[in-house]
Design a binder for this molecule. Structure first.
Ligand code: NAD
Length: 469
Protein backbone atom coordinates (compact mmCIF):
# COMPACT_ATOMS: atom_id res chain seq x y z
CA UNK A 1 0.00 0.00 0.00
CA UNK A 2 1.61 3.29 -1.01
CA UNK A 3 1.72 5.61 2.00
CA UNK A 4 2.97 8.63 0.09
CA UNK A 5 0.45 9.82 -2.50
CA UNK A 6 1.42 12.54 -5.00
CA UNK A 7 -0.77 15.61 -4.80
CA UNK A 8 -0.65 19.20 -5.93
CA UNK A 9 0.22 21.80 -3.31
CA UNK A 10 -1.58 25.11 -3.36
CA UNK A 11 1.50 26.69 -1.78
CA UNK A 12 4.05 26.05 -4.51
CA UNK A 13 2.01 24.97 -7.50
CA UNK A 14 4.46 22.08 -8.02
CA UNK A 15 3.62 18.40 -7.62
CA UNK A 16 4.04 17.29 -3.98
CA UNK A 17 3.68 14.05 -2.10
CA UNK A 18 2.30 13.35 1.33
CA UNK A 19 4.48 12.36 4.27
CA UNK A 20 2.94 10.29 7.07
CA UNK A 21 3.69 10.18 10.77
CA UNK A 22 4.17 6.47 11.55
CA UNK A 23 3.05 7.09 15.14
CA UNK A 24 -0.44 7.94 13.84
CA UNK A 25 -0.41 6.65 10.26
CA UNK A 26 -1.69 10.07 9.21
CA UNK A 27 -0.37 12.63 6.75
CA UNK A 28 1.26 15.58 8.50
CA UNK A 29 3.34 17.25 5.77
CA UNK A 30 4.26 17.10 2.12
CA UNK A 31 7.43 17.38 0.05
CA UNK A 32 8.29 18.23 -3.56
CA UNK A 33 7.73 15.35 -5.98
CA UNK A 34 10.51 16.22 -8.40
CA UNK A 35 10.37 14.82 -11.89
CA UNK A 36 13.28 12.83 -13.30
CA UNK A 37 13.74 15.46 -16.03
CA UNK A 38 14.44 18.10 -13.36
CA UNK A 39 17.60 16.17 -12.56
CA UNK A 40 19.44 17.35 -15.64
CA UNK A 41 19.45 20.91 -14.31
CA UNK A 42 20.39 19.80 -10.78
CA UNK A 43 23.30 17.64 -11.98
CA UNK A 44 24.38 20.37 -14.39
CA UNK A 45 24.62 22.85 -11.51
CA UNK A 46 26.54 20.27 -9.43
CA UNK A 47 29.05 19.96 -12.29
CA UNK A 48 29.45 23.75 -12.44
CA UNK A 49 29.88 24.01 -8.67
CA UNK A 50 32.51 21.27 -8.74
CA UNK A 51 34.98 23.50 -10.63
CA UNK A 52 35.35 25.82 -7.65
CA UNK A 53 34.83 23.29 -4.85
CA UNK A 54 37.58 20.92 -5.99
CA UNK A 55 40.16 23.73 -6.22
CA UNK A 56 40.74 24.69 -2.58
CA UNK A 57 41.07 21.92 0.03
CA UNK A 58 41.70 24.32 2.92
CA UNK A 59 38.54 26.31 2.11
CA UNK A 60 36.61 23.02 1.94
CA UNK A 61 37.76 22.01 5.40
CA UNK A 62 36.80 25.40 6.83
CA UNK A 63 33.35 25.24 5.24
CA UNK A 64 32.71 21.68 6.47
CA UNK A 65 33.68 22.63 10.03
CA UNK A 66 31.26 25.58 9.85
CA UNK A 67 28.59 23.20 8.52
CA UNK A 68 29.14 20.89 11.51
CA UNK A 69 28.57 23.77 13.93
CA UNK A 70 25.43 24.80 12.03
CA UNK A 71 24.02 21.26 12.18
CA UNK A 72 24.47 21.15 15.94
CA UNK A 73 22.88 24.56 16.34
CA UNK A 74 19.86 23.40 14.32
CA UNK A 75 19.40 20.19 16.31
CA UNK A 76 16.25 21.32 18.10
CA UNK A 77 14.55 22.06 14.74
CA UNK A 78 15.68 18.95 12.91
CA UNK A 79 15.27 16.27 15.60
CA UNK A 80 11.47 16.50 16.14
CA UNK A 81 10.91 16.51 12.38
CA UNK A 82 13.01 13.37 12.00
CA UNK A 83 11.05 11.67 14.78
CA UNK A 84 7.71 12.71 13.21
CA UNK A 85 8.51 11.16 9.81
CA UNK A 86 10.75 8.25 10.87
CA UNK A 87 9.21 7.26 14.21
CA UNK A 88 12.36 6.85 16.31
CA UNK A 89 12.60 8.19 19.88
CA UNK A 90 13.63 11.83 20.02
CA UNK A 91 16.92 11.03 21.76
CA UNK A 92 17.85 8.81 18.81
CA UNK A 93 17.05 11.62 16.37
CA UNK A 94 19.40 13.86 18.35
CA UNK A 95 22.01 11.09 18.19
CA UNK A 96 21.73 11.05 14.38
CA UNK A 97 22.31 14.80 14.32
CA UNK A 98 25.30 14.54 16.67
CA UNK A 99 26.76 11.79 14.50
CA UNK A 100 26.24 13.92 11.39
CA UNK A 101 28.11 16.86 12.94
CA UNK A 102 30.89 14.55 14.18
CA UNK A 103 31.25 13.03 10.74
CA UNK A 104 31.51 16.44 9.05
CA UNK A 105 34.26 17.37 11.52
CA UNK A 106 36.04 14.04 11.12
CA UNK A 107 36.22 14.29 7.34
CA UNK A 108 36.99 18.03 7.40
CA UNK A 109 40.03 17.13 9.47
CA UNK A 110 41.06 14.37 7.06
CA UNK A 111 40.84 17.02 4.31
CA UNK A 112 42.74 18.05 2.26
CA UNK A 113 42.97 14.29 2.01
CA UNK A 114 45.94 12.20 1.18
CA UNK A 115 48.75 14.41 -0.16
CA UNK A 116 51.07 13.43 -3.01
CA UNK A 117 52.39 9.95 -2.29
CA UNK A 118 55.72 8.77 -3.66
CA UNK A 119 55.72 5.56 -5.69
CA UNK A 120 58.64 3.23 -5.18
CA UNK A 121 59.24 -0.45 -5.66
CA UNK A 122 62.43 -0.44 -3.62
CA UNK A 123 64.42 1.44 -6.21
CA UNK A 124 64.67 5.26 -6.22
CA UNK A 125 61.33 7.05 -6.20
CA UNK A 126 60.11 7.45 -9.74
CA UNK A 127 56.77 9.13 -9.47
CA UNK A 128 53.97 10.19 -7.23
CA UNK A 129 50.24 9.73 -6.81
CA UNK A 130 48.07 12.81 -6.47
CA UNK A 131 44.56 12.01 -5.29
CA UNK A 132 41.85 13.78 -7.26
CA UNK A 133 38.07 14.05 -6.73
CA UNK A 134 35.70 12.30 -9.12
CA UNK A 135 33.02 14.91 -9.90
CA UNK A 136 29.32 15.00 -8.97
CA UNK A 137 28.36 12.13 -6.64
CA UNK A 138 24.83 10.71 -6.33
CA UNK A 139 23.95 9.66 -2.77
CA UNK A 140 20.78 7.55 -2.44
CA UNK A 141 19.65 6.52 1.04
CA UNK A 142 16.83 4.62 2.81
CA UNK A 143 14.45 5.61 5.61
CA UNK A 144 15.94 3.94 8.70
CA UNK A 145 18.73 6.44 9.48
CA UNK A 146 18.01 9.25 7.03
CA UNK A 147 20.53 11.76 8.35
CA UNK A 148 23.25 9.46 9.54
CA UNK A 149 23.37 7.53 6.28
CA UNK A 150 23.17 10.71 4.19
CA UNK A 151 26.11 12.23 6.07
CA UNK A 152 28.07 8.97 5.78
CA UNK A 153 27.95 9.66 2.06
CA UNK A 154 28.11 13.42 1.69
CA UNK A 155 30.77 14.15 4.37
CA UNK A 156 33.57 12.09 2.76
CA UNK A 157 32.47 12.95 -0.78
CA UNK A 158 32.50 16.69 -0.07
CA UNK A 159 35.76 16.54 1.91
CA UNK A 160 37.37 14.78 -1.05
CA UNK A 161 36.35 17.68 -3.32
CA UNK A 162 33.27 16.27 -5.03
CA UNK A 163 29.82 17.83 -5.20
CA UNK A 164 26.80 15.76 -4.08
CA UNK A 165 23.20 15.28 -5.18
CA UNK A 166 21.36 13.52 -2.35
CA UNK A 167 18.13 11.56 -2.68
CA UNK A 168 16.36 10.46 0.52
CA UNK A 169 13.58 7.89 0.72
CA UNK A 170 10.08 9.24 -0.01
CA UNK A 171 9.14 7.98 3.47
CA UNK A 172 11.61 10.39 5.12
CA UNK A 173 12.29 13.44 2.94
CA UNK A 174 11.68 16.25 5.43
CA UNK A 175 14.50 16.18 7.98
CA UNK A 176 16.94 15.56 5.12
CA UNK A 177 15.70 18.64 3.27
CA UNK A 178 16.12 20.70 6.43
CA UNK A 179 19.57 19.23 7.10
CA UNK A 180 20.70 20.01 3.55
CA UNK A 181 19.47 23.59 3.83
CA UNK A 182 21.51 23.97 7.04
CA UNK A 183 24.68 22.33 5.67
CA UNK A 184 24.52 23.97 2.27
CA UNK A 185 24.19 27.43 3.81
CA UNK A 186 27.82 26.96 4.95
CA UNK A 187 28.98 25.83 1.49
CA UNK A 188 29.11 27.44 -1.96
CA UNK A 189 25.86 27.16 -3.90
CA UNK A 190 25.00 23.78 -5.47
CA UNK A 191 27.86 21.91 -3.80
CA UNK A 192 25.26 19.86 -1.87
CA UNK A 193 21.69 19.59 -3.19
CA UNK A 194 18.74 17.36 -2.33
CA UNK A 195 16.09 15.95 -4.66
CA UNK A 196 12.89 14.30 -3.41
CA UNK A 197 10.26 12.27 -5.16
CA UNK A 198 9.15 8.87 -6.28
CA UNK A 199 10.66 6.43 -8.71
CA UNK A 200 12.01 6.68 -11.32
CA UNK A 201 13.78 9.65 -9.68
CA UNK A 202 16.44 7.47 -7.99
CA UNK A 203 16.88 5.27 -11.05
CA UNK A 204 17.39 8.34 -13.23
CA UNK A 205 19.91 9.79 -10.76
CA UNK A 206 21.86 6.51 -10.53
CA UNK A 207 22.14 6.29 -14.33
CA UNK A 208 22.69 9.99 -15.00
CA UNK A 209 25.63 10.55 -17.39
CA UNK A 210 26.83 13.56 -15.34
CA UNK A 211 27.27 11.47 -12.16
CA UNK A 212 30.75 9.99 -11.56
CA UNK A 213 30.05 7.98 -8.39
CA UNK A 214 26.81 6.47 -7.14
CA UNK A 215 26.89 5.70 -3.45
CA UNK A 216 23.76 3.80 -2.46
CA UNK A 217 22.40 2.36 0.76
CA UNK A 218 19.28 0.23 0.66
CA UNK A 219 17.96 -3.20 -0.21
CA UNK A 220 19.71 -5.83 -2.31
CA UNK A 221 17.25 -5.76 -5.26
CA UNK A 222 17.44 -1.96 -5.52
CA UNK A 223 21.22 -2.13 -5.19
CA UNK A 224 21.37 -4.46 -8.18
CA UNK A 225 19.15 -2.07 -10.17
CA UNK A 226 21.40 0.86 -9.21
CA UNK A 227 24.49 -1.03 -10.35
CA UNK A 228 22.81 -1.88 -13.66
CA UNK A 229 21.82 1.78 -14.12
CA UNK A 230 25.28 3.10 -13.30
CA UNK A 231 26.81 0.70 -15.83
CA UNK A 232 25.48 3.03 -18.56
CA UNK A 233 27.92 5.78 -17.61
CA UNK A 234 30.56 3.42 -16.17
CA UNK A 235 30.60 5.56 -13.01
CA UNK A 236 31.97 4.20 -9.75
CA UNK A 237 29.43 2.34 -7.57
CA UNK A 238 29.46 1.85 -3.80
CA UNK A 239 26.64 -0.30 -2.43
CA UNK A 240 25.77 -0.77 1.24
CA UNK A 241 22.97 -3.31 1.24
CA UNK A 242 21.07 -5.54 3.59
CA UNK A 243 22.26 -7.86 6.31
CA UNK A 244 21.19 -10.92 8.28
CA UNK A 245 23.69 -10.72 11.12
CA UNK A 246 23.97 -13.66 13.49
CA UNK A 247 24.94 -13.42 17.16
CA UNK A 248 26.60 -16.60 18.47
CA UNK A 249 26.50 -17.06 22.24
CA UNK A 250 29.25 -19.32 23.59
CA UNK A 251 28.96 -21.88 26.41
CA UNK A 252 30.67 -19.56 28.90
CA UNK A 253 28.41 -16.56 28.22
CA UNK A 254 26.94 -14.78 31.23
CA UNK A 255 23.35 -14.51 29.95
CA UNK A 256 22.06 -11.91 32.40
CA UNK A 257 25.17 -9.80 31.96
CA UNK A 258 24.84 -9.51 28.18
CA UNK A 259 21.06 -9.67 27.76
CA UNK A 260 20.41 -5.90 27.72
CA UNK A 261 23.13 -5.28 25.16
CA UNK A 262 22.03 -8.20 23.01
CA UNK A 263 18.38 -7.14 23.15
CA UNK A 264 19.11 -3.57 22.06
CA UNK A 265 21.52 -4.77 19.37
CA UNK A 266 18.49 -6.48 17.83
CA UNK A 267 15.69 -4.02 18.65
CA UNK A 268 17.19 -0.52 18.50
CA UNK A 269 15.31 1.60 15.95
CA UNK A 270 12.67 -1.16 15.98
CA UNK A 271 15.13 -3.59 14.40
CA UNK A 272 15.31 -1.39 11.29
CA UNK A 273 19.10 -1.43 11.26
CA UNK A 274 21.08 -3.04 8.46
CA UNK A 275 23.58 -4.44 10.96
CA UNK A 276 21.13 -5.32 13.75
CA UNK A 277 21.33 -8.78 15.29
CA UNK A 278 18.74 -10.64 13.21
CA UNK A 279 19.31 -14.22 14.48
CA UNK A 280 20.59 -15.49 17.83
CA UNK A 281 22.33 -18.88 18.17
CA UNK A 282 22.50 -20.12 21.76
CA UNK A 283 24.02 -23.39 23.07
CA UNK A 284 21.14 -25.87 23.54
CA UNK A 285 21.86 -25.98 27.30
CA UNK A 286 21.35 -22.20 27.60
CA UNK A 287 18.64 -21.75 24.98
CA UNK A 288 15.67 -21.42 27.32
CA UNK A 289 17.60 -19.01 29.61
CA UNK A 290 18.44 -16.81 26.63
CA UNK A 291 14.87 -16.88 25.31
CA UNK A 292 13.54 -16.00 28.73
CA UNK A 293 16.06 -13.17 29.31
CA UNK A 294 15.29 -11.60 25.93
CA UNK A 295 11.52 -12.02 26.33
CA UNK A 296 11.63 -10.24 29.70
CA UNK A 297 13.33 -7.28 28.06
CA UNK A 298 10.91 -7.30 25.14
CA UNK A 299 7.95 -7.18 27.55
CA UNK A 300 9.53 -4.36 29.56
CA UNK A 301 10.46 -2.16 26.56
CA UNK A 302 8.39 1.03 26.43
CA UNK A 303 6.77 1.20 22.98
CA UNK A 304 5.14 4.46 21.95
CA UNK A 305 5.37 7.62 19.85
CA UNK A 306 8.95 8.81 19.49
CA UNK A 307 8.02 12.26 20.76
CA UNK A 308 6.76 10.87 24.10
CA UNK A 309 9.43 11.13 26.79
CA UNK A 310 10.27 7.66 28.01
CA UNK A 311 9.59 5.88 24.71
CA UNK A 312 12.27 3.31 23.95
CA UNK A 313 10.81 1.80 20.78
CA UNK A 314 8.82 3.81 18.26
CA UNK A 315 6.58 2.52 15.49
CA UNK A 316 7.76 0.65 12.39
CA UNK A 317 8.46 3.34 9.80
CA UNK A 318 5.87 2.53 7.15
CA UNK A 319 2.85 0.38 6.37
CA UNK A 320 4.51 -1.92 3.77
CA UNK A 321 7.36 -2.62 6.19
CA UNK A 322 4.90 -3.40 8.99
CA UNK A 323 3.07 -5.80 6.69
CA UNK A 324 6.40 -7.43 5.86
CA UNK A 325 7.25 -7.92 9.54
CA UNK A 326 3.81 -9.41 10.22
CA UNK A 327 4.27 -11.71 7.25
CA UNK A 328 7.58 -13.07 8.58
CA UNK A 329 6.03 -13.81 11.98
CA UNK A 330 2.92 -15.44 10.48
CA UNK A 331 5.04 -17.62 8.23
CA UNK A 332 7.32 -18.62 11.14
CA UNK A 333 4.26 -19.64 13.19
CA UNK A 334 2.92 -21.61 10.22
CA UNK A 335 6.35 -23.27 10.04
CA UNK A 336 6.04 -24.35 13.70
CA UNK A 337 7.60 -21.45 15.63
CA UNK A 338 6.44 -20.48 19.10
CA UNK A 339 5.74 -16.82 19.86
CA UNK A 340 7.30 -16.32 23.29
CA UNK A 341 6.19 -12.70 23.49
CA UNK A 342 4.72 -10.18 21.04
CA UNK A 343 3.73 -11.41 17.60
CA UNK A 344 1.04 -8.81 16.98
CA UNK A 345 0.34 -5.16 16.19
CA UNK A 346 -0.42 -2.96 19.16
CA UNK A 347 -4.07 -2.09 19.52
CA UNK A 348 -3.62 1.60 18.84
CA UNK A 349 -3.32 4.05 15.99
CA UNK A 350 -0.02 4.00 14.07
CA UNK A 351 2.41 1.34 12.84
CA UNK A 352 3.18 -0.18 16.25
CA UNK A 353 4.29 -3.80 16.59
CA UNK A 354 5.02 -5.55 19.88
CA UNK A 355 8.70 -6.55 20.29
CA UNK A 356 8.64 -10.23 19.42
CA UNK A 357 10.79 -13.17 20.48
CA UNK A 358 10.41 -16.41 18.53
CA UNK A 359 11.56 -19.88 19.66
CA UNK A 360 11.37 -23.31 17.98
CA UNK A 361 11.82 -21.65 14.58
CA UNK A 362 12.80 -24.06 11.80
CA UNK A 363 16.18 -22.90 10.44
CA UNK A 364 14.76 -22.64 6.92
CA UNK A 365 11.90 -20.31 7.87
CA UNK A 366 12.28 -16.94 6.07
CA UNK A 367 12.54 -15.04 9.37
CA UNK A 368 15.88 -16.86 9.79
CA UNK A 369 17.09 -16.96 6.19
CA UNK A 370 16.01 -13.47 5.06
CA UNK A 371 16.20 -9.94 6.48
CA UNK A 372 13.16 -9.19 8.68
CA UNK A 373 14.22 -5.55 9.32
CA UNK A 374 11.77 -5.16 12.19
CA UNK A 375 11.14 -5.90 15.89
CA UNK A 376 11.14 -9.70 15.59
CA UNK A 377 13.99 -11.93 16.73
CA UNK A 378 14.37 -15.72 16.29
CA UNK A 379 16.48 -17.51 18.93
CA UNK A 380 17.86 -20.85 17.72
CA UNK A 381 19.63 -23.61 19.70
CA UNK A 382 22.85 -25.22 18.52
CA UNK A 383 24.67 -28.43 19.41
CA UNK A 384 28.31 -28.00 18.41
CA UNK A 385 30.17 -24.75 17.83
CA UNK A 386 30.99 -25.83 14.26
CA UNK A 387 27.26 -26.15 13.66
CA UNK A 388 26.68 -22.60 14.95
CA UNK A 389 29.43 -21.08 12.80
CA UNK A 390 28.16 -22.95 9.76
CA UNK A 391 24.60 -21.71 10.36
CA UNK A 392 25.80 -18.13 10.90
CA UNK A 393 27.69 -18.19 7.60
CA UNK A 394 24.96 -20.02 5.69
CA UNK A 395 23.43 -16.85 4.20
CA UNK A 396 23.71 -14.79 1.07
CA UNK A 397 24.44 -11.75 3.25
CA UNK A 398 27.79 -10.84 4.78
CA UNK A 399 27.43 -7.56 6.64
CA UNK A 400 28.29 -8.32 10.28
CA UNK A 401 28.16 -10.87 13.06
CA UNK A 402 29.04 -11.16 16.72
CA UNK A 403 30.30 -13.63 19.31
CA UNK A 404 29.40 -13.37 22.99
CA UNK A 405 31.31 -15.09 25.81
CA UNK A 406 33.53 -14.64 28.84
CA UNK A 407 36.82 -15.98 27.44
CA UNK A 408 37.72 -13.19 25.02
CA UNK A 409 40.46 -15.16 23.24
CA UNK A 410 38.05 -17.97 22.50
CA UNK A 411 35.36 -15.50 21.37
CA UNK A 412 37.95 -13.82 19.15
CA UNK A 413 38.87 -17.15 17.55
CA UNK A 414 35.20 -17.83 16.75
CA UNK A 415 34.71 -14.26 15.43
CA UNK A 416 37.60 -14.90 13.08
CA UNK A 417 35.56 -17.64 11.40
CA UNK A 418 32.61 -15.37 10.54
CA UNK A 419 32.22 -14.59 6.84
CA UNK A 420 31.26 -10.91 6.97
CA UNK A 421 32.66 -7.38 6.90
CA UNK A 422 32.62 -6.63 10.64
CA UNK A 423 32.68 -9.06 13.56
CA UNK A 424 32.02 -7.79 17.06
CA UNK A 425 32.79 -9.41 20.41
CA UNK A 426 30.30 -8.93 23.27
CA UNK A 427 28.50 -6.14 21.45
CA UNK A 428 27.13 -5.52 17.97
CA UNK A 429 26.58 -2.74 15.44
CA UNK A 430 28.99 -0.27 17.02
CA UNK A 431 31.07 1.61 14.44
CA UNK A 432 33.87 4.12 14.83
CA UNK A 433 34.03 6.94 12.29
CA UNK A 434 37.58 5.84 11.55
CA UNK A 435 36.93 2.20 10.68
CA UNK A 436 36.26 0.75 7.23
CA UNK A 437 32.74 -0.60 6.71
CA UNK A 438 32.35 -3.09 3.91
CA UNK A 439 29.84 -5.89 3.55
CA UNK A 440 30.68 -8.96 1.53
CA UNK A 441 28.47 -11.23 -0.61
CA UNK A 442 25.05 -9.60 -1.17
CA UNK A 443 25.70 -7.04 1.58
CA UNK A 444 27.67 -4.70 -0.58
CA UNK A 445 30.37 -3.50 -2.90
CA UNK A 446 33.08 -0.98 -1.99
CA UNK A 447 34.22 0.42 1.33
CA UNK A 448 32.81 3.28 3.41
CA UNK A 449 34.17 4.84 6.59
CA UNK A 450 37.45 6.36 7.69
CA UNK A 451 40.26 7.02 5.27
CA UNK A 452 38.85 4.25 3.06
CA UNK A 453 35.63 6.25 2.71
CA UNK A 454 37.64 9.23 1.57
CA UNK A 455 39.58 7.14 -0.97
CA UNK A 456 36.26 5.80 -2.22
CA UNK A 457 35.57 9.33 -3.42
CA UNK A 458 38.99 9.95 -4.99
CA UNK A 459 40.88 8.65 -7.97
CA UNK A 460 44.65 8.25 -8.24
CA UNK A 461 46.34 10.55 -10.72
CA UNK A 462 49.93 9.44 -11.30
CA UNK A 463 52.83 11.57 -12.40
CA UNK A 464 55.59 9.21 -13.52
CA UNK A 465 59.23 10.09 -14.07
CA UNK A 466 61.91 7.88 -15.61
CA UNK A 467 64.08 8.14 -12.49
CA UNK A 468 64.37 10.02 -9.22
CA UNK A 469 64.82 13.73 -9.89
P1 NAD B 1 15.18 0.51 -0.86
O1 NAD B 1 16.22 -0.23 -1.59
O2 NAD B 1 13.76 0.25 -1.15
O3 NAD B 1 15.36 2.09 -1.08
C1 NAD B 1 16.58 2.75 -0.83
C2 NAD B 1 16.60 4.06 -1.61
O4 NAD B 1 16.62 3.78 -3.01
C3 NAD B 1 15.39 4.96 -1.38
O5 NAD B 1 15.81 6.31 -1.43
C4 NAD B 1 14.51 4.63 -2.59
O6 NAD B 1 13.60 5.67 -2.90
C5 NAD B 1 15.56 4.48 -3.68
N1 NAD B 1 15.18 3.69 -4.84
C6 NAD B 1 14.13 2.85 -5.00
N2 NAD B 1 14.15 2.27 -6.23
C7 NAD B 1 15.25 2.76 -6.85
C8 NAD B 1 15.85 2.52 -8.13
N3 NAD B 1 15.32 1.68 -9.01
N4 NAD B 1 17.00 3.16 -8.43
C9 NAD B 1 17.58 4.02 -7.54
N5 NAD B 1 17.07 4.28 -6.32
C10 NAD B 1 15.92 3.66 -5.98
O7 NAD B 1 15.49 0.28 0.69
P2 NAD B 1 14.63 0.75 1.95
O8 NAD B 1 13.46 -0.14 2.07
O9 NAD B 1 14.44 2.23 1.88
O10 NAD B 1 15.67 0.45 3.15
C11 NAD B 1 15.78 -0.79 3.78
C12 NAD B 1 16.97 -1.56 3.25
O11 NAD B 1 18.16 -0.78 3.39
C13 NAD B 1 17.22 -2.83 4.05
O12 NAD B 1 17.50 -3.90 3.18
C14 NAD B 1 18.47 -2.49 4.85
O13 NAD B 1 19.24 -3.58 5.24
C15 NAD B 1 19.20 -1.60 3.92
N6 NAD B 1 20.19 -0.79 4.64
C16 NAD B 1 21.53 -1.07 4.49
C17 NAD B 1 22.48 -0.36 5.19
C18 NAD B 1 23.97 -0.65 5.05
O14 NAD B 1 24.76 0.20 5.40
N7 NAD B 1 24.36 -1.80 4.58
C19 NAD B 1 22.09 0.66 6.06
C20 NAD B 1 20.72 0.91 6.20
C21 NAD B 1 19.77 0.18 5.47
Amino acid sequence: MPTTQPRRSSMTGGERFAVRDPATGEIFEDAPDQRPDELDAVVGRAEEAWRGWRADPAARATALLAAADAVEAAGADIAPLLTREQGKPLAESYAEIARTAARLRYFAELAPGPGPQPITDGRPVHGEIRWRPLGPVAAIVPWNFPLQLASAKFAPALAAGNTVVLKPSPFTPLATRLLVSVVSAALPEDVLTVVTGHEPLGARLASHPGIRHVTFTGSVPTGRAVARGAAASLGRVTLELGGNDAAILLEDVDVERIADRLFWAAFRNCGQVCMAVKRVYAPARLHSDVVEALARRAKAAVVGPGLDPGTQLGPVNNAPQLARVEGYTARAVADGARVVTGGHRLDRQGHFYAPTILADVPPDSPVVTEEQFGPVLPVLPYGSLDEAVEAANDTGFGLGGSVWGTDLDRAGAVADRLECGTAWINHHAELSLAQPFAGIKDSGVGVAGGLWGLYGNLRPFVVHRPEAA
